[in-house]
Design a protein around this ligand. Structure first.
Ligand code: ZN
Length: 473
């Protein structure tokens, strides 16, 4: 009997303990929440900004922090919920960080959290929403983050970038090229690759005839905030999905586009008239001695050339291949083994054109975008593999036959007799006689006013002319 009783007492005692633990636990959680967010003053008001959209403004202030938020609200759950979730997440992060830094703070410091929203109408019922958070939990911890949404009140949903842009046409490389054009400084694709990889992860808004893209990645941020890159719609016309093409590409944009084309053509003509651009190309290297001598001569004239390398030789002479790249010359692909691509099977063609690409990139850090088939031998498969792997097939307009006659003065006279602005000159950096001829060639061309550019730089100027081979004519 006594035993029974004491067991019951124990069960009750344990039960009570468990219940109390739960109550105290949830109470302390409650208390913590209150101390986090307890504000001395709270002010809330709503403003109808367009039919179907209002902005809810809330300001809170306490001894330790102030908070001001502007949140758009449409009464459409599929739109409001993702926006609200994002705001909630940012606010939670702020309170958490504030709590964590509390102990070592100057007692006069007041943390702040400001969320600003601005909206721009694309067409009736479609808006871009730009939300910027400016926050500080410590003096040294000012931080600005942001998020954009495109909302469609008719379709009652948030529009994804892939709804607007055709993912197959608007590739990461295209995005990079467009951005490079807008930036003043030189940038490397490596640093941008991650930020540009997923189209749907890219933040953007639209103001009038310009898209603004925002990059919030650590290495891309400027002055503590997302880097903003403005790209006019005229530069984006090729990339829209059909529905949005009709929205964005108005008659005005089409007129602007035509004007732009005329200006570009004019610039091209001016450049052709005012500059005598040519591209020197060196195939089959890199080779010890001759390639190095050629680099020394080019350097004297501050000239850039294009080297179509065999990856077999790149592996043999990695230091020389790297030097070519480091000195700013264009690195291009000329297969692994110098195979005649018209004489081997399709697997071999693919291997010669793509494995070489990877090997060259591994050694020089540069992925070639130009391909020259050995002996100029090419066929439909070569063309299609080149297209698949983003390599332009480049021939030549002047063949010096340096590989055949191995005579420095013949190499020089061939160049002298046939050169004209826009020429792509074919030589081979594996021959000492070519290295011997180069100082005389450079001196002559330099005195004639030629400017030495890489093949990629030359291509826009000779567009429409075809790129050989003309075998010396
Ligand atoms: Zn070759």
């Amino acid at each position: 009997m006594l035993k029974e009783k004491s067991r019951t007492t124990w069960i009750i005692a344990i039960g009570l303990f468990v219940v109390l633990t739960i109550i105290i636990g949830s109470m302390s959680k409650f208390v913590q929440n209150v101390t986090h967010e307890e504000a001395i003053a709270v002010e809330i008001n709503s403003e109808q900004i367009e039919t179907g959209i209002r902005i809810d403004k809330e300001s809170k202030s306490a001894d330790t922090f102030t908070s001001y938020t502007m949140i758009p609200s449409t009464s459409i759950e599929a739109i409001d919920l993702p926006i609200f979730d994002w705001v909630q997440e940012q606010e939670d992060k702020f309170y958490k960080e504030m709590h964590e830094t509390k102990e070592h703070l100057d007692e006069n410091f007041v943390a702040h959290f400001n969320l600003d929203t601005s909206m721009h109408k694309i067409v009736d019922n479609v808006y871009t929403v730009e939300m910027k958070i400016d926050q500080a939990v410590e003096q040294s911890k000012e931080y600005v983050s942001m998020k954009t949404f495109v909302i469609d009140l008719n379709q009652e949903k948030i529009i994804q970038p892939t709804d607007i842009f055709d993912e197959n046409k608007f590739t990461a490389k295209d995005r990079f090229q467009l951005i490079v054009k807008q930036l003043d400084e030189k940038v490397k694709y490596d640093e941008w690759e991650e930020a540009l990889e997923d189209l749907n992860e890219i933040e953007f808004t639209l103001h009038e005839d310009e898209f603004t893209f925002y990059f919030n990645d650590k290495q891309l941020r400027k002055d503590n905030k997302a880097l903003e890159v403005n790209i006019p719609i005229v530069h984006l016309v090729d990339y829209f999905e059909e529905d949005y093409y009709n929205i964005f590409v108005t008659d005005e944009i089409i007129a602007e586009l035509e004007q732009l084309k005329i200006e570009e053509e004019q610039e091209r003509q001016d450049a052709i008239e005012n500059h005598k651009y040519i591209a020197l190309t060196f195939d089959d290297g890199p080779e010890v001695g001759s390639t190095e001598r050629i680099l020394d001569t080019l350097d004297k004239y501050d000239a850039k050339a294009t080297f179509f390398m065999l990856s077999r030789n790149v592996e043999q002479n990695p230091e020389i291949a790297k030097r070519v790249a480091d000195e700013g010359h264009e690195i291009a692909n000329h297969t692994i083994t110098h195979a005649d691509l018209n004489a081997v099977n399709s697997d071999r063609i693919r291997q010669e054109m793509t494995d070489s690409l990877a090997k060259i990139e591994q050694t020089t850090g540069i992925k070639p975008t130009l391909f020259r088939p050995p002996y100029g031998s090419k066929n439909d498969l070569v063309e299609s593999i080149a297209q698949e792997t983003d390599q332009a097939v480049i021939m030549w307009s002047i063949d010096t036959y340096d590989w055949k006659h191995r005579n420095a003065s013949t190499t020089f006279t061939t160049v002298k007799n046939y050169v004209r602005p826009g020429s792509i000159i074919l030589m081979h950096d594996i021959h000492q006689t070519t290295a011997d001829a180069l100082p005389q060639i450079m001196e002559y061309l330099h005195n004639e006013g030629y400017e030495f550019v890489t093949v990629s730089e030359l291509l826009p100027y000779i567009e429409g002319e075809g790129i050989g081979p003309y075998f010396g004519s």
